[in-house]
Design a protein around this ligand. Structure first.
Ligand SMILES: O=C(O)CCC(=O)C(=O)O
Ligand SMILES: [Fe+2]
Length: 253
């Protein structure tokens, strides 16, 4: 990864996390939100309603064996985010395909969130997240290790934090920002977003990327009311099946 990115490192976190407050412009944000929610309705309804958020999966969902059927991302997810910006920062240079091939779009309305989870081995261990619309706090929890889970009498696959457990770290993602998490932070931590109508206790001691924020002043009361926040999460799926192969298989040749 290039030197440029080092100035964006969140130094209080285990390796590695990077935060760039002003990654896209206001016009680009507006344009991307229109692409996510085309007026009056998408030609193909892209949203899947989940219990606590809405989700779009581009270019398509992974198969049961975590394989991506090879197909390009739509142009609006490529330019300007992947080309030229990710490329200039060398973000995916070491990933198997040298660039992201999969994007999950999440939308959270006030009160919605996502349970602490890990993204797992289907992806190269790096996620680059562009935030749109409003700020939100991402909570990080160290995974429980086998011995700890055993001591607590839970089965050893139970790495999920107890409900009500305090996150170990909190990252504030402003609208128009980029957050990159990779390496140990990807493999050894769970991440989640609280199902809350406010984000509170915001300050230099509780928010680990505080020095890198664009609009610290707007958080000086220590809280804000949630508004609809959309995320574009870019990843590289390791296993890709060429369509040609599938067609040949279907044609019996
Ligand atoms: O919306 C986000 O920033 C997090 C989404 C997430 O964790 C996921 O889609 O796996
Ligand atoms: Fe995730």
């Amino acid at each position: 990864m290039t030197r440029n990115l080092e100035t964006a490192r969140i130094i209080s976190l285990p390796p590695d996390a990077f935060y760039i407050a002003d990654f896209i412009s206001e016009d680009e944000e507006k344009w991307l939100l229109q692409k996510v929610n085309p007026y009056p309705s998408a030609p193909i309804p892209r949203w899947t309603q989940l219990s606590h958020r809405r989700l779009q999966t581009w270019p398509s969902a992974l198969t049961k064996t975590n394989t991506l059927l090879d197909s390009p991302l739509p142009p609006w997810l490529i330019s300007p985010i992947i080309e030229p910006r990710f490329a200039a920062l060398g973000i995916f240079d070491n990933a198997p395909h040298g660039a992201p091939n999969h994007v999950l779009v999440n939308e959270y309305r006030p009160g919605q969130g996502i349970m602490p989870h890990e993204d797992g081995t289907a992806y190269y261990p790096l996620v680059a997240t562009v935030s749109l619309g409003a700020p939100i706090v991402l909570d990080l929890y160290a995974k429980k290790h086998r011995d700890q889970a055993a001591m607590e009498g839970s089965d050893d696959s139970d790495q999920v934090p107890d409900s009500g457990a305090k996150p170990q770290f909190r990252i504030l993602q402003e609208r128009r920002s980029l957050l990159i998490t990779r390496g140990l932070l990807y493999t050894e931590f769970l991440h989640g977003i609280a199902e809350s109508r406010t984000d509170e206790d915001l300050g230099p001691y509780s928010i680990c990327n505080w020095p890198l924020l664009r609009e610290r002043d707007s958080f000086h009361d220590g809280w804000y009311r949630r508004e609809t926040r959309t995320s574009l999460t870019y990843r590289d799926v390791a296993k890709v099946a060429k369509m040609g192969g599938t067609l040949k298989f279907m044609g019996g040749k």
